[in-house]
Design a binder for this molecule. Structure first.
Ligand code: SAM
Length: 327
């Protein structure tokens, strides 16, 4: 059976393998194959592979040594990995126990298994967890060549947004001034700083800001990241008119912060505005909120309307990329 593989000349093989492994994009269930001077590296999510790599369909054989959780339960095992912390989402306690045991018995590297015990909630957007194996809720997650330490019990983090973060980060140019208004542990701020931007990351969660500082150091961008603990609405005096780019990843309530965004925006500023809306009008509420706050001081152009992922029945997580140009 053919599967998507990155094809590279053998001499580039190890560097490519490492880059893909850091982003957790290698399909561990398949063998890496060398043939005629080319290496074929199976990938789990071809859409997330950076464009510089060629993707081909290739018959990479199944690895026989790895036991996966799927082989140890009688239902389809669904889980996410953040480093050695494995997250599951099972309402039935018996199923949760069986899956956690299977994960531990499998060949996955695992120190903790966590089951979602609540929705994401509160101002700091944190959820409760049932710890089914291990103790530590701190993980070290790798994404597109960056490394993020984070404590899932104390901060917001979702690995599901990796592709979207990468899409936005790729737009950033050296020397840009970026404010990540709801920065968390830095999954937008750190890769943007790596591309040469000067980034101010703000969060009301003090633990998230401590991790943002740590992560800036881990990724050698601490000189380009300013981490500020507090309510972003209090930032306008210091950073009024400063930003070339704003990231607003606080779906559900970003509309309450559009005036702050306009105050922080420079002469020309791109705003990445995340929202969760009903399918009947996915982009209208955000667009209207931004136009109302920005006009007539700014010309407002929506560059992109994009659905990031499904959120709930008939509801979607969306993003608007909006250009503000002072009129
Ligand atoms: N951008 C990060 C990410 O993608 O992982 C975090 C996004 S999370 C959905 C939203 C973050 O906004 C949380 O970490 C929360 O603590 C923070 N937050 C909520 N209200 C805030 C406010 N008024 N000022 C600054 N940060 C705030």
């Amino acid at each position: 059976m053919t599967v998507p593989c990155v094809r590279v000349p053998r001499e580039d093989g190890e560097a490519t393998r490492q880059a893909l492994a850091e982003s957790e994009l290698i399909d561990q269930r398949r063998e890496i194959v060398h043939e005629d001077g080319q290496l074929y590296i199976p990938v789990s999510d071809p859409d997330a592979v950076p464009e510089e790599y060629a993707i081909v369909d290739y018959d990479a054989p199944q690895r026989e040594t790895q036991t996966t959780p799927d082989e140890l339960v009688e239902f389809t095992a669904s889980y996410e990995r953040l480093g050695e912390v494995v997250i599951i989402d099972e309402d039935d306690p018996d199923r949760a126990r069986a899956l956690a045991d299977a994960i531990v018995e499998s060949d996955l590297p695992v120190k903790t298994v966590l089951n979602r015990a609540s929705k994401i909630q509160g101002e700091q957007r944190i959820r409760d967890w049932d710890v089914l194996f291990g103790e530590e809720t701190e993980a070290v997650h790798r994404e597109y060549g960056c490394e993020f330490a984070l404590d899932l019990a104390a901060v917001y983090f979702s690995p599901r947004l990796a592709t979207e973060r990468h899409r936005v980060t790729e737009q950033v140019e050296t020397g840009e001034q970026v404010i990540d208004m709801f920065a968390g542990v830095g999954p937008f701020a750190i890769p943007m700083a790596k591309r040469g931007a000067d980034v101010v990351g703000v969060d009301i969660n003090e633990t998230a800001i401590e991790y943002l500082r740590e992560n800036a150091q881990r990724n050698n961008v601490d000189e380009r990241v300013t981490a500020i603990h507090g309510d972003v609405r209090e930032l306008t005096a210091e950073y009024e008119g400063w930003a070339d780019r704003l990231v607003m990843n606080l779906p559900h309530s970003a509309n309450e912060f559009v005036e702050t965004a306009v105050a922080l925006a420079g002469e020309h500023c791109v705003v990445h505005y995340y929202d969760i809306q009903h399918e009947d009008d996915l982009f209208g509420p955000g667009e209207r909120a931004i136009r109302e706050a920005a006009g007539p001081e700014y010309d407002v152009t929506v560059q992109n309307r994009h659905t990031v992922r499904s959120y709930a029945p008939h509801e979607y997580n969306i993003v608007l990329d909006v250009e503000l140009t002072r009129a």
